[in-house]
Design a protein around this ligand. Structure first.
Ligand SMILES: Nc1nc2c(c(=O)[nH]1)N[C@H]1C(S)=C(S)[C@@H](COP(=O)(O)O)O[C@H]1N2
Ligand SMILES: [Mo]
Length: 254
């Protein structure tokens, strides 16, 4: 895997040099390298590597208020049965906090006020669900980068895992992203949607928005963020609810 990471860095550097000509010739050289080819274990890796070769920091398209969908449907869990969650919801999430732990130097418990007090990003983006619907919404919250920087992410941390308060068909929902997406400017912990605090159906009080990824990566009801070196020991080991199910790929780049 370390070889893949190194190769990816090489690709990202090549890609950010600009012109496709340059990027493509860089890729061709890498693809001819047998050890690089070996690291492309699956079509998923290929998708991830090639998306990033064309710009590791590329932004998802942002829209204007005029583009907002009149209706933004809720999908997956629309409500959370957990008793603690029900109590916190009834109290307007006054006593709620987000736990940040794992491979960090300083574990944190952040209240909603603390999250609202960090520099905020607001973005109008399109949500694409694999079930075949899309909607444009406005999201606001601190960048995940601010939160993991506050917690001092250790260099060994390769993934950030989002643990959620809901059970979906009796199993805990969770998701994960890698460092590149964790530090991407459009990756935010949203507490606001279309100018109002998140409704329960849309993931109150806090959800992930990772805008270059599909709908199922956008974890709702996030209660705990865990930095890890490997996804193997987390639930089914594939990095997410639907990934463990074998339904969808871990890297859901759009
Ligand atoms: N905790 C949790 N997050 C989740 C889900 C879920 O069931 N539970 N469903 C996912 C799916 S498949 C989609 S399309 C989006 C739906 O977000 P929305 O309800 O705000 O439209 O949430 C994603 N995040
Ligand atoms: Mo979805």
């Amino acid at each position: 895997m370390s070889r893949l990471l190194l190769s990816r860095r090489g690709l990202i550097r090549t890609g950010s040099l600009t012109a496709t000509g340059l990027a493509l010739s860089g890729c061709d050289a890498l693809f001819d390298n047998p050890s690089f080819r070996k690291t492309l274990e699956s079509a998923e890796d290929f998708h991830r590597v090639s998306q990033r070769a064309l710009g590791g920091e590329a932004l998802a398209r942002e829209y204007t208020k005029a583009d907002l969908s009149p209706e933004f449907r809720a999908n997956g869990s629309r409500t959370v049965a957990d008793a603690l969650y029900r109590r916190q919801l009834a109290q307007g999430f006054a006593g709620w906090s987000l736990r940040v732990e794992g491979l960090v130097e300083r574990a944190l418990d952040l209240s909603l006020d603390a999250l609202r007090g960090l520099p905020q990003r607001r973005q109008i983006t399109r949500h694409d669900c694999v079930e075949g619907w899309s909607a444009i919404g406005e999201w606001q919250g601190p960048q995940l980068a601010s939160v993991v920087t506050l917690a001092r992410l250790r260099p060994e941390a390769r993934y950030v895992v989002f643990h959620c308060a809901d059970l979906y068909h009796a199993r805990p929902y969770y998701e994960s992203i890698d460092r590149l997406d964790a530090f991407h400017p459009q990756t935010i912990l949203a507490w606001q949607m279309n100018g109002a605090p998140l409704s329960e159906a849309h993931g109150a009080p806090l959800r992930l928005r990772v805008e270059r990824q599909l709908g199922y990566k956008q974890a709702k009801f996030v209660t705990r963020i865990e930095a890890v070196a490997s996804l193997a020991a987390i639930h089914g080991g594939k990095g997410g609810y639907w990934e463990d199910n074998g339904a969808y790929a871990w890297y859901a780049g759009i």
